[in-house]
Unconditional design. Structure first.
Length: 317
């Protein structure tokens, strides 16, 4: 039975990656700083192995790899503090360097996940972003240190992608980067508007915000992200490219999330005012959707969900 190590396996995206690999017959080693109980992973029993560890701890990670002998490593690690630029840059590079060096020494396959924030300040939410556009736009305005998806986030993702390319091109490591947009997940605990709408609808309480409904987002369901990661890991080699966008190819205003909830829960009392508010829900750039043409052609990627089917599953969970 094949095995795979998932770094951040109990996270919002990592848990769904674990679920899909388990469903396809893999033994999954969920390597995480904070393993936790996730109900949809429990039916897989002993094929899910929880390992407590930090990706920056090379000795601990080496032990996990040597003990479980995986085919490869999937890296979903994340970590950022705007008040600690030195530590944030180290987090972005040291952990990935550990993974790639283990992959080089043990002939492992690597898939590393990156945020679409890597594209920086895309000038229009109507622009469909392709992989060839990487590096074309600035990472952010000078001095914008408190933007969640600002220069630090975009810059560190570009660093990670460059390190992946070095190991892939110079050292022959089978390393692929999968870039995705914002995520919705049953195990996500961030303050996200869609979750607020669903919570209000289920509890029967009114929810209203005066503005922000015209704020464009390009979120997607984490199950579709997991599918993209799985296909990137299992696709026959060699691949023509090593960097892929995964998404729904659609940016939509936040008000559509509220409308989807109200269609599924007709009694919901949710009102989202019009307009563009930059810090609602996050201080992020109004980026457009990312193109998945390359992933469709080379990986056979086809999303299985859309906004309303995602909302339906989140309500049920």
């Amino acid at each position: 039975m094949p095995a795979v190590v998932v770094i951040g396996g109990f996270g919002a995206v990592g848990a769904h990656i674990c679920q899909l690999f388990l469903a396809r017959g893999y033994t999954v080693v969920a390597y995480d700083l904070r393993p936790r109980r996730i109900p949809f992973l429990e039916p897989f029993g002993a094929r899910l192995v929880a390992e407590t560890g930090d990706v920056h701890d090379l000795a601990r990670l080496t032990h996990a790899v040597e003990q479980h002998q995986p085919q490869g490593i999937i890296d979903t690690s994340e970590g950022m503090r705007f008040d600690d630029p030195h530590g944030t840059v180290r987090k972005a590079t040291d952990g990935l360097a550990n993974i790639l060096e283990l992959a080089r020494l043990h002939k492992l396959r690597v898939v590393s996940t990156l945020s679409a924030a890597i594209y920086g300040m895309v000038p229009s939410p109507q622009l469909l972003i392709t992989e060839e556009m990487l590096g074309q736009f600035p990472i952010g305005p000078v001095g914008d240190v408190d933007s969640l998806w600002g220069p630090m986030h975009a810059g560190t993702k570009r660093i990670k992608e460059a390190v992946l390319q070095v190991y892939h091109t110079m050292y022959g490591v089978d390393a692929v980067a999968v870039c995705f947009s914002g995520q919705w997940s049953q195990v996500d605990t961030r303050p996200v508007p869609l979750y607020d709408y669903i919570r209000a609808a289920i509890e029967g309480t009114p929810y209203a915000v005066p503005a922000g409904g015209d704020r464009y987002i390009d979120n997607m369901y984490a199950k579709d992200t997991a599918l993209g990661v799985y296909l990137a890991f299992t696709a026959p080699r060699p691949l023509p490219h090593s960097f892929f966008n995964i998404g729904w190819e659609r940016a939509f205003p936040i008000r559509e999330c509220a409308e989807a909830v109200k269609r599924l829960v007709p009694s919901a009392r949710i009102e989202v005012g019009p307009g563009e508010v930059r810090n609602y829900p996050t201080k992020s750039y109004n980026r457009g959707a990312i193109s998945t043409a390359r992933a469709r052609a080379e990986l056979g990627y086809r999303p299985q969900y859309h906004l309303e089917s995602t909302v339906r599953e989140l309500i049920r969970s």
